[in-house]
Every structure is written in C-alpha cells, then in structure tokens.
Design a protein around this ligand. Structure first.
Ligand SMILES: Cc1cc2nc3c(=O)[nH]c(=O)nc-3n(C[C@H](O)[C@H](O)[C@H](O)COP(=O)(O)OP(=O)(O)OC[C@H]3O[C@@H](n4cnc5c(N)ncnc54)[C@H](O)[C@@H]3O)c2cc1C
Length: 384
C-alpha cells in the first residue's frame, strides 16, 4: 500500500512519519522546500486551554510527544513552559472561562480560574482593571517550529519516507467508478497510491478542487511582530491574551516581546502564492497599542525590531477537518492557527485512519466536515 502525503509542513511531515512508523510506504510531495508554507511562520504556541473537548484532547496527545521530543527525535525544540494567561473583558467571555476551566480540568489539564488582580502574580505588568476574569495554565508554552519540523523530517527520512521536494501535485486521480483515489500527478509523472493525504496548509482548498472535493477552508493572513518593550517582559511571563480584543504578547529572549493579534475588520481570503510576508507598520503600531492598553511593558517608546506575516488555513468554527472525505482521500487541513501544536496528534490520527480505518484518540465526528451541515459546531476563538 502506498500513501502520498501532499505538503511538507509540520502536519504532512508528522503524518508521513506516523504512517511510516506503522509500516506504510509513504511518498511525501512538497511543491517547494520543507517548511516553506505556514510552519516556519508560526509563533510556536502550545496550549491546553481550549474551549472544546476535542481541541483539549488534540493538545494533550500532542504534548505527550512534545515533552519527549528530544528523547524520541534527537532534537531540542526549545520547549519553554511559561504558561498561557487568558483575560476576559466581557461578561459572556468570563462565563465561558468558568465553563472552559471546568471542562479542561475534567480532561486532566492543570488550568485555574483567577480574579484579574491575582493574575498579576504571573504577569507583573498587567493592568487588571479592564478585565472581569482570567484563566491560567502553568504548563502551556511554546517551542521552535523550525526545530520541530527538522526533528520530524529527519525521523521521517529514517523511517523510510520518500520525501520529494520541488514536486507539486498537479492532479489527484480518482477512479471513475467508485471515486476511490488511484494516485496523483506531478511534473515527474504519475505516482500510484491507494491513499492521498491533503496536508497542504493554506493551499488545501486548491488540492481539494483537484480531487473534486468542496470543503469550507480558506487562507487568511495573520501577522506577528518582535519589539523591544519599554520595560523588559520577564522570561517567566506567560503568553498573555486579551481574548475580547484578540491582542496577545509573550516574552522573546533578552527582554524582547512578540506581539500579535487580529483586530477585526475585513478578513478577505488571500492568494497563498502572492501575499506580503512582512508585517504592516500600521498593524504593528496597533498591536503595540493594544498590548499597552493592558500591560505596562508597552508604550509609545516601544521599538519595533521585526515582524512577519503568514497564512492561517481557517474553517468556519476554527477546528480542523481531519477525516477520509472520499474513498482514499484524507484531509488534515483547516487548523485555524493551531496546526503547529496539534500536528503530532494529527499525524497519529491519519496513521490510525489509514491502518485501522478509525481512531481512539479523539471523537472524529467533531472534526468531520459533516458537522457544518448538521449545524453542530462550537466556535474556538481564532487567537494564538
Ligand atoms: C503568524 C502565524 C502565527 C502562528 N502561530 C501559531 C501558534 O502559536 N501555534 C500553532 O499551533 N500554530 C500557529 N500558527 C499556525 C501554524 O503555522 C499552522 O497551522 C501550521 O503550520 C500548519 O501546518 P501545515 O503543515 O498544515 O501547513 P504548511 O506548513 O503551510 O505546509 C503545507 C505545505 O504544503 C505544500 N503544498 C501546498 N500545495 C501543494 C501541492 N499541490 N503539491 C505539493 N506541495 C504542496 C506547501 O508548499 C507547504 O509547504 C501560526 C501561523 C501564522 C501564520
């Protein structure tokens, strides 16, 4: 049995590795170089504080891998666990926080609900005044996506994955009778395969078109900037999110900070082949102003060091679509800003689907496209 994985980002590489580990013959096609999509533009956030059980389960299973990554893959991914701190301005958001923490704790997460004043113990520069509630989990954090992808790439190659860079998949072949996948087309010829995995990140919709599949996933541009704050953000400061404005920041090294957020307004789809990969100056100034509104580290003297933009692959409820959508055609797409952290679990699920025809890791109904038709969606807010 041959599986073609389309996409050499963290999701495709994790899937290819997990499949090869289970004895499957895998060809991974990457149209550019490994990591040339969104993965290397990610901020590397890894958290358990999600609002749905399925996202918490994806996190828990992935964190098991991130924790032992150096042991298993021989690469130190610089995993720093300085926590995530969520802040609520609105009453409805504060109510959600209470429910979220209860659900997270049922799932074994060490999160807690806090009064905003008490959150200053973790984020000393916080102005608690605008907020009604906070949640904190000390074991959330972030790692280096480049190093993680390097670890997976090496392990995939060692496990026998045939990684073909500069190899765009230009068509997906399906049998005229039962619609089953028979292979893919590339400029170097046809690759016959029983399964094709769409791990094409922001290009997922284009690959779906080639396969004759229509799913709600769209590329959206997102920006982050690295700044020198007015006073250094301590390295122990959690990634702090003002959920009702979408603004967030976290410490970088030596007192610098990463600021991010998506501040509403028009959110058009972008062409993944042509978008600006540098952060806009106006957006960066706005991101710093938002952060300055609730954290004393930031102000008019904050100096912009650099910034970048990349693409989220976004679904209507900000959860991915992970399933066999057609016979032999599997998707691992639409991670809506969480694809780096959820790649290890996703790789395992894809391997389970191919080898066993199902998985015990999560309830796949929650990640199936049919949820949109059934109207059974629960929105995960689209932040870091
Ligand atoms: C600014 C920013 C910050 C982020 N921060 C976080 C974060 O803190 N935590 C987190 O978990 N996630 C974060 N993300 C999201 C994360 O980067 C993505 O969810 C993740 O990288 C998706 O990985 P992927 O492998 O699916 O896609 P990609 O890394 O985009 O890989 C897809 C690959 O497919 C290839 N490809 C596409 N079409 C074809 C084709 N037809 N043939 C062959 N190859 C093809 C592309 O060249 C690309 O290399 C962030 C994203 C951005 C932009």
């Amino acid at each position: 049995m041959t599986v073609v994985v389309v996409g050499g980002g963290i999701v495709g590489m994790a899937a290819a590795y997990s499949l090869a580990e289970r004895g499957v013959e895998v060809v991974l096609c990457e149209k550019g170089s490994v990591g040339s999509g969104s993965t290397e533009r990610s901020a590397g956030g890894i958290r358990t504080q999600f609002s749905t059980r399925v996202n918490v389960k994806l996190s828990r299973a992935s964190i098991d891998v991130w924790e032992s990554f150096e042991e298993e893959f021989g690469v130190d991914i610089e995993y720093r666990r300085s926590g995530y701190l969520f802040l609520a301005r609105d009453e409805a958001t504060a109510d959600d926080f209470e429910a979220n923490v209860a659900m997270q704790r049922e799932e074994g997460v060490d999160s807690e609900l806090l009064a905003p004043e008490d959150a200053r113990a973790y984020c000393p520069g916080l102005d608690p005044e605008p907020f009604r509630a906070a949640t904190y989990c000390p074991t959330d954090g972030f790692a280096d996506p480049h190093l993680a992808l390097q670890g997976y790439s090496q392990a995939a190659a060692e496990a026998g994955v045939d990684v073909r860079t500069k190899t765009p998949v230009t068509d997906v072949h399906r049998d005229g009778g039962d619609g089953r996948v028979t292979g893919v087309e590339t400029p170097d010829g046809t690759i016959e395969a029983e399964y094709v995995v769409n791990a094409a990140g922001p290009w997922a919709g284009r690959l779906n078109e080639l396969a004759g599949v229509d799913l709600p996933v769209a590329p959206k541009r997102r920006q982050v900037a690295v700044v020198d704050p007015e006073t250094p953000v301590p390295e122990s400061n959690p990634l702090t999110i003002d959920l009702d404005t979408g603004s967030y920041f976290r410490p970088e090294r030596e007192g610098a900070a990463l600021v991010g957020g998506h501040f509403g307004g028009d959110d058009p789809d972008v062409d993944p082949e042509r978008f600006s990969t540098t952060a806009d100056t106006d957006w960066t100034i706005e991101a710093v102003e938002h952060a300055a509104d609730y954290a004393s580290y930031f102000g008019p003297e904050t100096r912009i060091k650099n910034g970048w933009a990349g693409l989220y692959a976004v679904t209507p409820d900000h959860h991915p679509i992970v399933e066999a959508v057609a016979p032999g055609y599997l998707t691992a797409i639409g991670f809506s800003g969480h694809g780096f952290q959820h790649a290890p679990a996703t790789g395992q699920i894809i391997a389970d689907l191919v080898v066993d025809g199902g998985t015990d890791l999560v309830d796949l109904d929650a990640l199936s496209a049919a949820r949109f038709e059934r109207g059974e969606t629960h929105d995960e807010r689209n932040v870091a």
